[in-house]
Design a protein around this ligand. Structure first.
Ligand code: 13P
Length: 287
């Protein structure tokens, strides 16, 4: 059964590790991530962007697929199905479809509007026992058409939003979706420290988990980050493994063109990437 991300993240924050949110794009990715979580006895969050939701045939399709896998693959570790960077309307749709967690990304609204919409969603999600992620200070880069300029979040605004009763808070601290440019200045730990102090025990979320050096990940966890989002790294691993398979001509040998065979190297690459991240985040054996 899908669970809210609340307990797993409070436990992670307290135990000084982080739970990975891995974005899903299709059945193969979903199955690879769930099996890896189970094999490693780790809690996990499946992230779905609005674009991926459309691609996979709608939120209800995804809920059906994930619930089916939990049952038929005997997945017993805690799994949350989470809308990533949702609009207000998208969040309502996911709640109705059966997601156990939603993110409302109001970071591009003036703070008053972000507060008003987040307040509404706190009410709805808490009545239903679902978790809610809010965002202050946009994350840089582009993800599925959502473009962020990459501001550093203001600690007072973070406190205001955290005090509304959200489950977890994403705060921009110089992190960027996609690959980091050569001249990236690194995470703004001074800002993270201020945000952590201002927001009490609210688990913090680090977006743009691809390509952040290991020491920075560990330091961020020590400063209250309890959820780390990874998408691009799985995409790169999947693309590289698929390309190698095709370039070696294996798709043209025997039954190599069978989609199950063609996608298998990519699936293995995702499993390895997810396991590596779970090790780094410290979530293995925390289920
Ligand atoms: P990356 O694509 O940089 O890993 O970021 C993922 C993310 O933050 C999803 O919200």
């Amino acid at each position: 059964m899908l669970v809210s991300a609340k307990d797993m993240l409070n436990k992670a924050r307290e135990g000084k590790y982080a739970v990975g949110q891995f974005n899903i794009n299709n059945l193969e990715w979903t199955k690879a991530i769930l099996l890896t979580a189970q094999e490693n006895n780790s809690p996990v969050i499946l992230g779905v962007s609005e674009g991926a939701g459309k691609y996979m045939g709608g939120y209800k399709t995804i809920v059906g697929m994930v619930n089916g896998m939990l049952e038929e693959l005997n997945i017993t570790v805690p799994v949350a199905l989470h809308l990533d960077h949702g609009s207000y309307e998208g969040a309502l749709k996911c709640i109705e479809a059966g997601f156990s967690s939603v993110m409302f990304d109001g970071s591009h609204y003036p703070i008053e509007e972000n507060i008003a919409k987040t307040t509404e969603l706190v009410k709805i999600t808490s009545e239903k026992g679902l978790s809610l992620e809010a965002e202050v200070g946009s994350i840089g880069g582009e993800e599925d058409g959502v473009v962020g300029a990459g501001e550093i979040a203001d600690a007072n605004e973070c406190k205001t939003i955290a005090d509304l009763g959200v489950t977890m808070l994403a705060a921009g601290i110089g992190n960027i979706h996609g690959q980091y440019p050569e001249n990236w200045k690194g995470l703004a730990f001074d800002a993270l420290e201020r945000i952590n102090e201002a927001t009490g025990t609210t688990p913090l979320v680090l977006h743009g988990g691809t390509g952040i050096p290991e020491e920075m990940i560990k330091k961020a966890i020590s400063l209250g980050v309890a959820k780390i989002n990874v998408n691009t790294e799985c995409q790169l691993a999947f693309a590289k493994a698929t390309r190698e398979y095709v370039e070696a001509g294996k798709d043209l040998q025997g039954k190599g063109f069978d989609p199950r065979k063609l996608l298998a190297p990519g699936v293995e690459a995702i499993k390895a990437t997810v396991k590596e991240k779970m090790e780094l985040f410290g979530s293995i054996n925390q289920a």
